[in-house]
Design a protein around this ligand. Sequence first.
Ligand code: MV4
Length: 444
Amino acid sequence: MFKKILIANRGEIALRVIRTCKEMGIKTVAVYSTADKESLHVRFADEAVCIGPAASSESYLNIPSIIAAAEITNADAIHPGYGFLSENAKFSKICAENGIKFIGASPEMIERMGDKASAKSTMKEAGVPTVPGSEGLLESFEQAQEIAAEMGYPVMLKATAGGGGKGMRAVWAAKDLLKAWEDARQESAAAFGNDGMYMEKLIEEPRHIEIQIVGDVNGKACHLSERDCSIQRRHQKLTEETPSPFMTKDLRKKMGLAAVKAAEFIKYEGAGTIEFLVDKHRNFYFMEMNTRIQVEHPITEQVIDYDLIREQIKVAAGIPISGKNYEPQLHSIECRINAEDPHNGFRPSPGKITTFHAPGGHGIRLDTHVYAGYVIPPYYDSMIAKLITTAQTREEAIDKMRRALDEFVIEGVKTTIPFHRALMDNEDYLAGNYTTKFMEDFKL
Ligand code: MV4
């Protein structure tokens, strides 16, 4: 087992990893930028190394600086968290070259699943349902025209180097295809240096339902059921829940088995998430695979009483998984509390937190790194806390969320608490009747 783990991240996820390491008796090294000197993860860790100035590119994305921090502290593993370098194949490779265990996917796996067209063809080969569309990359606009004409509109153009909605265009009629093709390729080339595109039949008003999987060194995988992440704004998840209100026992079984089949087919090691699009007829299709721990992992932990970070560390240390598949025993909801103003287009609201009163009580979990007096820096993403409630039923989990949001006091900055509180009174939300289109119609 590892003796010392360096956490190459910041904020609540750095704290989350440090907590599990402490429980496992593993020493921890925090890395921080000059802007994060007063951050809680620095105080919680056994050691802390400043890796550079505020800008992410100079600090949390600065591979030589992070490797140097691991060398001087003699860390034998690095946990990347989510975001930053968590799905960076080059970083995974450099860790391996330096004899440091990367608690995440191999460089090859990151590349394979990071290329969306190749991930899709791999899944198709594995027998996982995929959206009908082009076989791999589109060679030309003419080919795009042909395939769209064959399939019928609407279609979705997607950038193979994309993800999270970047370089993606919905096309509703043939007359709009050329502009969409040119815009999407241009956007993808600019953002990723790769303009490879593929095409799919457009799934209308889909839900985003993802399955948590864990794979081990022996090629065994299991699933830990689903998370419904359909409520998003501009491809940013706002709130997630498990079980999905749209799920049935039969659909869960089919999606869970598909996810395990996919993970075992690619011999996936570690914690991963397979994202599916689910249409109104409950057909499900592979969308993307994430080779990292996700922001929303706590709701899964809550409903099956499981420590996913502990599992990641054990799998990285070569310990086999039990192989047991899990079904939710409770209902859990996560609300992402961001330092943003929901009354002004969710624009960021960094600054000093003058008052901070955390909600508590039975069924309340708060994963956060902020405190009264903490200054939220403007350099990083705006999430400051994850408020998670867990109860026997969805109704009770919502009751708890309402009460916890009312109890949650953060002053000095604007937050999305008022948005979440209004959501908990929205009749479509309360009916579990929502798709990825939900936020288009939501009015605060
Ligand atoms: C789709 C789709 C409809 N049809 N693919 C969004 C980002 C990336 N995860 C893929 N996405 C979508 N792919 C087909 N064939 C609709 C979306 C989509 C979406 C998916 C999940 C969650 C939120 C979304 C918001 C807009 C579009």
